[in-house]
Design a protein around this ligand. Structure first.
Ligand code: AMP
Length: 265
């Protein structure tokens, strides 16, 4: 475990612009952002985290991708992992920390710094380990109604050639019982990806429901962990990417980030 912690710790010695989400202060040249994205399966953590990573120039580290990479490369953990993942269960903290440590070591070797973590931490134990080795600046908690989460998981498609993430679900939830309605257009792939679309093995209705149950049991307490530390930004997605992305940038005080960056260059 000491070696693992040493590896993770290197992720903390980075430098560049971290800005409090609640502050309107100008960008400070300190260190690259170290953010976490929380949220139920299907909420869109990967979509928004990867967009923000491109904007901020930091690596997007999704532990689900690390697990899937280990599975597809038929690594030593593959058979153990496939059983766990295909049942919608969580991989052990030890395995996840070990995969993440390797990823952070690769990041350091490539000279990259900062990160947005997506899908980690998912247990209080993981949050405590992370807190012990580095400072997280901000935790974004993305939220959507459960009905939309299920539809989004079932509609998710991945291009097995370019790795692009798409969604064929057309969501139209009527507002009732005090909950607002929601419309989300499908995110369709370009024509050249159409024949290469695959569905994740864990995106079946039974497994998604189990993943949601496990999120509520094991990962929901992680929200409180960060809320109590004043690091949690709650963000209710108002709809699909066209409605949500500008609002998310606003909530992060990043709506004029690109302009400021080019003005400072
Ligand atoms: P995701 O792509 O984030 O939905 O993750 C896919 C699967 O990988 C999950 O259902 C878990 O089995 C596993 N996984 C990803 N991240 C973690 C984590 N932080 N802790 C435990 N298991 C994880």
């Amino acid at each position: 475990m000491a070696a693992i912690i040493r590896l993770i710790k290197r992720g903390s010695s980075v430098s560049y612009a971290a800005r409090s989400f609640s502050s309107h202060a100008p960008l400070r040249k300190e260190r690259n952002v170290q953010w976490v994205f929380l949220g139920c399966p299907g909420v869109g953590k990967g979509t928004y985290a990867s967009r923000l990573c491109s904007l901020l120039g930091v690596p997007h580290i999704a532990t689900g991708d690390l697990v899937r990479h280990e599975l597809s490369s038929n690594g030593p953990l593959a058979s153990q992992l496939s059983e766990i993942v295909n049942q919608g269960k969580l991989v052990s903290d030890e395995i996840i920390i070990s995969l993440l440590s390797k990823r952070l070591a690769d990041e350091e070797a490539k000279g990259e710094s900062g990160f947005i973590l997506d899908g980690f931490p998912r247990t209080i134990k993981q949050a405590e380990i992370l807190e012990g080795v580095t400072d997280i600046d901000l935790v974004v908690n993305l939220k959507l109604q459960e009905e939309a989460l299920l539809a989004k998981c079932l509609g998710r498609r991945i291009c097995n050639q370019c790795g692009g993430n798409f969604n064929v679900a057309s969501i139209n939830i009527k507002g009732e019982n005090g909950l607002p309605g929601m419309v989300m257009a499908p995110l369709l792939p370009p024509a050249h990806c159409m024949s290469k679309l695959v569905t994740r093995a864990d995106d079946t209705e039974t497994v998604v429901k189990e993943r949601l149950r496990i999120y509520n049991e094991k990962s929901r307490p992680v929200e409180e962990f960060y809320r109590s530390r004043g690091k949690l930004l709650e963000f209710d997605l108002p709809g699909g990417i066209p409605e949500s992305w500008p609002k998310l940038l606003q909530a992060l005080n990043l709506d004029d980030y690109e302009e400021k960056q080019s003005a400072a260059a």
